[in-house]
Design a protein around this ligand. Structure first.
Ligand code: FNR
Length: 388
């Protein structure tokens, strides 16, 4: 399939749906329980509209943005996505390479299918997302490994204290790690390209797709996610641990999964270098508001220089600009680039990133802005309010 015919992230999602077995597409697309959080993430963009300005000179548009001394080509990055190896063989590597090529940050997932040391070689700025167990001895061992791998930005995900209720996965027999069932076998037969090019290739190279990081540090592999809590004791991880972590970890520290303004302020006070406002793409607690809706109060709660990043439902340049207008420094996408990988590997991810870059550039001009700092709340309105 020619990638040029895919014009939007939504086109990539439709194409990925055809390529991937039902269970893998469902794993990527899905949320939890009734998928209220997942839907809110998209719907909230429609609650806010732009008031564009005309006749501004916008011929010299600048999308690049700086964070901690690193200049990125646009305010967009790739969020950590675990078990990407199910979407495509060595998908994590392809995501990392496409991000490097586009000069945007890529966050290595704590549940990546490729070991972090191998992935780190493909990135320039070395962001790594950790799922920390609830005990400091094991965290210390992970930190040693991250230091040895020269990780610079440590992103600690805080919204995953217990396993989420992913009924959609259970309904199609999808388990982590992957376990073959008759239903999945049929799914595989119906998607031969995936079965030969992804599943069997991975099986041959490294066995059943699985988590490649942190087993040695956190104890025996989790062979099955228990209904309540993780065997790693993540439900004991606390703010005190984060204060302790701040003393231990000398690199940049980012907390991901912040939704409440008090937590945002707490993160800043304990010395974190930034936060990612996120509801895990609607994959943890169901019934949250969208990160975009949580953003304004969070921006109010922290100081102006504190980097607030965001993810959740971003599919268009206009979505990104709405978050920038509220004060976000960077926006991450998770599913969008996985769909790119599913359809076209590294080139597919690159095409998704270039579509988003082109949309951002065009939309900034149409909004009347040449620089990102000109994109402010003054250009937004709640869509449904009509003042008479
Ligand atoms: C995720 N996400 C995630 N987050 C994280 O901190 N560690 C992880 O390993 C994963 N794994 C993961 C797998 C898959 C398949 C998806 C779709 C998501 C959440 C991710 O980082 C991000 O918060 C959301 O994906 C953002 O929402 P969108 O862009 O997917 O709508």
């Amino acid at each position: 399939m020619s990638l040029d015919h895919l014009l939007s992230v939504s086109d990539f999602e439709q194409a990925a749906k055809k390529v991937l077995p039902r269970c893998v597409y469902g794993y990527v697309r899905g949320g939890t329980e009734d998928e209220q959080s997942l839907r809110a993430n998209r719907l909230t963009f429609e609650d806010i509209g732009f008031l564009p300005r005309g006749l501004n000179i916008v011929d010299k548009r600048e999308l690049s943005t700086e964070l901690w001394g690193h200049k990125y080509s646009m305010p967009l990055g790739i969020a950590p996505t675990g078990l990407a190896g199910l979407v495509r063989h060595d998908c994590d590597l392809e995501l990392a390479r496409a991000a490097k090529q586009a000069n945007v940050p890529f966050v290595i997932s704590g549940s990546s299918s490729v070991p972090l040391e191998k992935l780190q070689l493909e990135t320039t700025d070395n962001w790594y997302q950790a799922y920390f167990p609830g005990d400091r001895v094991r965290i210390s061992r992970i930190i040693e490994r991250l230091n040895a791998a020269k990780i610079q930005v440590l992103v600690v995900t805080i919204d995953t204290c217990v396993a989420a209720n992913r009924e959609n996965n259970a309904r199609v027999d999808f388990t982590i790690p992957f376990r073959m069932t008759p239903r999945l076998l049929l799914d595989g037969i119906l998607h031969p390209r995936w079965t030969l090019g992804v599943f069997l290739k991975t099986l041959y190279a490294s066995g059943i797709p699985r988590f490649a990081n942190l087993y040695e540090e956190i104890g025996p592999p989790i062979t099955e996610e228990p209904a309540h809590g993780f065997r790693t004791g993540r439900d004991r991880l606390s703010w005190d641990d984060m204060i302790w972590l701040r003393e231990q970890w000398k690199g940049r520290l980012v907390l991901k999964g912040i939704m409440h303004p008090h937590d945002a302020s707490r993160a800043e006070k304990l010395g974190a270098d930034g936060i990612i406002v996120s509801n895990h793409g609607g994959r943890q607690l169901d019934g949250t508001i969208a990160p975009l809706a949580a953003l304004p109060a969070i921006i109010e709660a922290v100081s102006e220089a504190f980097p607030v990043m965001i993810d959740g439902g971003f599919r268009r340049g206009t979505d990104v600009l709405k978050a920038i207008a509220f004060g976000a420094r960077l926006v991450f996408v998770g599913r969008a680039t996985l769909y790119g990988a599913a359809v076209g590997g590294e080139a597919g991810v690159g095409r998704v990133l270039s579509i988003l870059a082109a949309e951002l550039d065009r939309d900034m001009a149409l909004l009347g802005c040449a620089q990102l700092f000109e994109v402010t709340k003054a250009l937004l309105r709640t869509r449904s309010v009509i003042a008479l």
